[in-house]
Write a new protein. Structure first.
Ligand code: RB5
Length: 147
């Protein structure tokens, strides 16, 4: 279980992001929001980049990105070295992407899933540990694909 996380969204994910922040903070998890800070139209790659840079710097172990579908954010995040972003809309995938892929960024779409499921996905993402073992070689191979 991690006790701090970084979160970001575009305008489409803004309202759901606020709900997720409240939900995580209620559990004692410190949440840093890298924006956007309003529902005014903006460009999701800007916020994916801001969040991923904080993880690359070592400021945070994991992050959550919310846009309309979760897809644009995950595409943008996965262009960063060391970032393994997974776009999830079911709890099984959220658990397995931590256990097998050591995903360090969770993405979801505010136009795809509701608040209850989004909170469940966030809970799984912060509390599920990576299994390592046979999965470590494959995760290492992911890093090598970036070179
Ligand atoms: C914004 O309209 C929308 O395109 C964005 O939130 C996201 O869904 C992109 O993948």
């Amino acid at each position: 279980m991690i006790n701090r996380i970084v979160i970001g969204s575009d305008h489409a994910g803004y309202e759901l992001k606020l709900k997720i922040i409240e939900h995580l903070e209620d559990q004692g998890i410190a949440v840093t929001d890298v924006g956007t800070y309003s529902a005014e139209s903006c460009d999701y790659p800007v916020f994916a980049d801001a969040l991923c840079k904080r993880i690359q710097l070592g400021d945070f172990e994991r992050g959550i990105l919310v846009c309309g579908t979760g897809i644009g954010m995950s595409i943008a995040a996965n262009k960063h070295s060391g970032i393994r972003a997974a776009c999830c809309s079911d709890t099984y995938s959220a658990r397995l992407t931590r256990e097998h892929n050591d995903a360090n960024v969770l993405c979801f779409g505010a136009r795809v899933i509701g608040e209850g499921l989004a909170c469940d996905l966030a809970d799984i993402f912060v509390s599920t540990e990576y299994m390592g073992g046979k999965h470590a070689r494959r995760v290492q191979m992911l890093d090598e694909l970036m070179k």
